[in-house]
Design a binder for this molecule. Structure first.
Ligand SMILES: [Zn+2]
Length: 162
């Protein structure tokens, strides 16, 4: 499968011209989203190459590593706004923290990370907003908004931060 991607890259590079961009995102925005394959961030948000940072993981959870990326994004690359995107039908809703125990039983070692599973997607978005707002490392924690992307309609729904 990877060969297919590498072949596609040759085609891409054939039509590619150096846009001469700087690494600083044009829109000064960082988007944190779930890695779900049904979520095409650039298309869904009208973003172009160079517009934003995209930070993705299972669930779009604000983990320490996401804070690491956001800190670098804000302090070294000039972003100021943060958009958090979770979505309907997320795989993390089907998991529990027991997944860690199951892994431990299977491989003989418990992962250091939390699964970060959740039951209520809105509550999980609020939790993520809270983690961003309370991080001491970020320069800009005022412009943080959270959304749930509906994988069936393609629409974003904003989550009330309260
Ligand atoms: Zn997901």
């Amino acid at each position: 499968m990877t060969d297919r991607l590498v072949d596609a890259n040759r085609t891409y590079a054939g039509a590619f011209t150096d846009p001469g961009m700087d690494a600083r995102p044009v829109l000064h925005v960082a988007v944190v989203a779930c890695m779900d394959a049904r979520l095409d961030l650039h298309a869904a948000l009208g973003l172009e190459l160079g517009d934003c940072h995209t930070i993705r993981n299972a669930g779009g959870v604000v983990t320490d590593d996401v804070i690491r990326s956001l800190t670098i994004s804000q302090r070294k690359l000039g972003t100021r706004s943060i958009v958090l995107i979770h979505h309907t039908g997320c795989g993390l809703e089907a998991l529990t923290e027991d997944f860690r125990t199951e892994l431990e039983m299977e491989v003989g070692q418990r992962p250091a990370w939390a699964v970060e599973s959740f039951r209520d997607v809105d509550q999980d978005v609020r939790q993520s907003m809270q983690r961003v707002r309370t991080s001491p490392f970020l320069l800009h924690a005022d412009d943080v908004r959270g959304f749930v992307f509906d994988v069936r309609t393609g629409l974003l729904r904003e989550v009330d931060p309260a």
